[in-house]
Design a protein. Structure first.
Length: 276
């Protein structure tokens, strides 16, 4: 029986407190532990002899190879109007950017993987779209293999220097950064008018915390930071970015809430630069 099916059955049979006790014993949880930061998570897992499964690039390469094959024909799929290839996060970004008409748009896609926002925007908006993706080196190599014939889509493992981007986009990736000051210092000189976060998990009441996400068929754990939604919005407000759109991208309980019992929701957020 698949894990999702078993979880649904157990939730129907048992009250939430009983399910919360059973789930870890049956390896049904998608997340493990609540910590102050990613460093504390790694130390704790190291004490439990689990450190070897954190961020192992060899394991990640298996995922990259699978993603290369999955997305090899992504450009043709969009050209042929196969809308089933669209995801909710891409549709939201497309709709959000229609509010900012311009003849051309230069976008920095942070953590775009091998499914960057470029394709959705290029085949649905009238603007001339240029997109640069910042990713891990093994993903950059995979992108160069399958997207080398697309001049307006570029990749690098380092943040570009002396560039200006109209939009900075985090498509369900901000949770993998646990230091907002560090990431903001990377992007603040790009003079971006808009910052978009789509399909991103946030804590509703709990303060910002870090947990470990079981990923790639539970082969290793990815450190994941869940920001408090109000603290997050306040942070960008103090950086002169005004929240102009906040919407739920998934009304159901998140896997984080199911695993940890902490109320979390998945949000789309759009911030616009204040003119000072």
């Amino acid at each position: 029986m698949k894990k999702k099916s078993l979880k649904k059955i157990l939730k129907k049979i048992f009250p939430q407190n009983v399910y919360n006790t059973l789930a870890p014993c049956l390896n049904l949880n998608d997340y493990i532990g609540v910590y102050d930061n990613q460093k504390e998570l790694k130390i704790n897992l190291s004490k439990k002899n689990m450190s070897q499964i954190i961020g192992d690039n060899d394991v990640k390469n298996e995922h990259v190879i699978a993603q290369i094959e999955k997305n090899r024909n992504l450009s043709d799929d969009f050209k042929n109007d196969k809308r089933e290839t669209w995801t909710q996060r891409e549709t939201f970004l497309c709709n959000a950017l229609t509010l900012f008409p311009s003849k051309k748009m230069n976008i920095l896609d942070i953590g775009g993987g091998l499914r960057p926002c470029y394709f959705t925007l290029n085949y649905s908006l009238s603007q001339n779209i240029k997109c640069h993706v910042v990713e891990f080196e093994n993903i950059v190599k995979g992108a160069k293999e399958i997207f080398s014939d697309i001049p307006n889509l570029t990749y690098s493992s380092e943040y570009p220097i002396n560039e200006i981007f109209d939009v900075i986009y985090f498509g369900s990736s901000i949770q993998y950064f646990d230091d907002l000051d560090k990431i903001f210092n990377k992007i603040k000189n790009y003079q971006s008018k808009i910052i978009v976060f789509s399909y991103s998990p946030f804590a509703e009441e709990h303060t910002t915390f870090t947990t470990g996400a079981y990923t790639f068929h539970r082969k290793f754990i990815t450190p994941t930071t869940i920001y408090n939604i109000n603290q997050f919005i306040d942070y960008f407000s103090k950086k002169n970015y005004e929240l102009i759109n906040k919407s739920l991208s998934d009304v159901s309980n998140s896997p984080i809430q199911d695993s940890l019992g902490i109320k979390t929701r998945t949000y789309n957020l759009v911030f616009k630069k204040d003119i000072v």
